[in-house]
Design a binder for this molecule. Structure first.
Ligand code: NAD
Ligand code: ZN
Length: 261
């Protein structure tokens, strides 16, 4: 499947062809490749990253911990649901970008994402292939302990408190909030993928959110090569201890990195 390459946006660094070639060579000799993604993967689809979000809208007026924590939900559930309704509408409006499509065209690559959007799935990735470490914004789950989970209808997003049909506790977005544990099955699958990876492509993540960020260290300790894709990555600083740093936007870099010879 060929993936169209989008024109270069002059505001971002031009990808160094020699570095790209090195990364392609690394992937060509890797039997097991993992793509580990963060909010930057969906930035070109118009879903704001944490940093963008910090400069506009609700984030400037409210503490993120109040909008995305069990304590915040207990204190003001209507505010939390109103904020999530906004985010859900933004995700529903967004469409997959060239980076999502490039990953969809490579079913051999394991996908571990911190993103709560479903843009990888909508680009055509088999849902069973995508490990969502931080849950999914297009689903609700029981805030009690019964484990009930249900999809929301993206055409009818309402900020309305609803009760779990199984146990009567409140329903809440099926995402991981500050202070909550990651879903054990997703975490186990991610750890297993990192252990067996020959190369991990780290796409659009600031590496600030733990324990997810620790997965890159885990993969490196287990012997994987690390390729970072990020327009803000500084090859001189290289805080990610990457073997190869591809400075550029995911939508430009991934089609060039992952397309056929
Ligand atoms: P972050 O906002 O902390 O960092 C985003 C990173 O993406 C930055 O390093 C930035 O330089 C990079 N970036 C920006 N545009 C890019 C592009 N076009 N291509 C490649 N990289 C680009 O995001 P994070 O590390 O994922 O942590 C934020 C947390 O918030 C995560 O836990 C995630 O679950 C959640 N979140 C999810 C979404 C989503 O689902 N789309 C959006 C915002 C936040
Ligand atoms: Zn319940």
């Amino acid at each position: 499947m060929s993936v169209p390459i989008e024109p270069h946006d002059q505001r971002f660094p031009v990808l160094d062809p020699a570095v790209l070639q090195r990364a392609r060579g690394m992937l060509a000799t890797s039997a097991s490749i993992v793509a580990f993604s963060g909010a930057g993967l969906s930035a070109e689809s118009g879903v704001p990253t944490f940093r963008d979000a910090a400069t506009s809208g609700l984030w400037t007026r409210y503490d993120p911990a109040r909008l995305a924590s069990p304590e915040g939900f207990a204190a003001d559930p209507d505010l939390v649901l109103a904020w999530y309704a906004d985010r859900r509408r933004a995700v529903a409006r967004a469409t997959p970008n060239a980076a999502h499509r490039a990953l969809a065209a490579r079913p051999d690559i394991a996908l571990v994402t911190q993103n709560v959007d479903d843009l990888l799935e909508r680009a055509g990735c088999d849902p069973t292939r995508v490990v969502h470490l931080h849950g999914r914004i297009d689903r609700d789950r029981c805030h009690g302990s019964c484990g009930h989970e249900e999809p929301i209808d993206p055409a009818v997003i309402v900020a309305e408190l609803r009760r779990c049909p199984r146990c009567g506790a409140l329903l809440r977005p099926a995402v991981v909030w500050f202070g909550e544990a990651l879903p054990p099955e997703a975490w186990e699958r991610a750890v297993a993928a990192m252990h067996s990876a020959d190369t991990v492509i780290v796409i659009g993540t600031s590496g600030a959110v733990w324990p997810a960020a620790g997965l890159v260290d885990l993969a490196r300790s287990a012997g994987a090569g690390i390729v970072v894709v990020n327009p803000d990555a500084d090859p001189d600083d290289n805080k990610d201890h990457a073997d190869i740093v591809l400075r550029g936007r995911a939508g430009e870099v991934l089609p060039a990195l992952l397309s056929g010879p």
